[in-house]
Design a protein around this ligand. Sequence first.
Ligand code: SAM
Length: 237
Amino acid sequence: MTRVDGAQRLIEVYRRKAAHYDLTSRLYPVPGYPQRSQRLRTVRALGLRPGATVVEVACGTGLNFPLLQDAIGPGGRLIGVDLTDAMLDRARSRVAAHGWRNVELVQAEAAEFAFPGGVDAILSTYALTQVPDCGAVVAHGAAALVRGGRWAVLDLKAPDRTPAWVRRLGVAAVGKSASLDEWIGRRPWEVIRQAMRDALADAAWEELCFGTAFLATGTGAGTGAGAGSGAGESTSR
Ligand SMILES: C[S@@+](CC[C@H](N)C(=O)[O-])C[C@H]1O[C@@H](n2cnc3c(N)ncnc32)[C@H](O)[C@@H]1O
């Protein structure tokens, strides 16, 4: 399957999900998973102030937008990027319903999105491990951050030492599929972790929900922050 086929297949999957995503995502990845509190934690990790410019990569229907708007206020700027037109249509309806005038929505493959300069914060939730070039997305975003700007990624991962019951729960939640096997084999969370160590200062990594999710954060060093400029990583579980 080519990269273009993969993107088209993903768009079709999310076109089917878009209409009910806000409801069904509450059960994601398993019923009882504290998704809202993890979203809040991720937004807090960005340290946003009123007037800030924030980019959300693979924003979907904009479930994080209310939390982001609370932090940046009407004087801020929110740019939501996503590959799937139908998910962005939902995000557009949300923006209109709230009357937000500071939101731009961009349909783009995350790795091809040209981040504007002077970004104060970037986040991606439950999406970046699906992006084939997730390491490049981290690097491109890091290069766009102002000095002291923040990058935060919240996503799912396979636990390192997976007890059989957790494996069974995971398969029951998302179904056994070639794409799940491909995702586990590719271990994109490790790519993201390394890319954040390489491109950001004070990269931090926290495992959540028995190692089935993670929150990775880091701070931009301003213009010129690139591979090898990181200052190590702090870890918590
Ligand atoms: C599980 S949804 C998460 C949406 C949102 N971030 C949230 O937290 O609710 C995954 C989203 O990632 C988007 N996506 C997946 N791969 C992408 C890519 N390569 N570039 C841009 N968006 C992508 C999908 O279109 C979908 O909207």
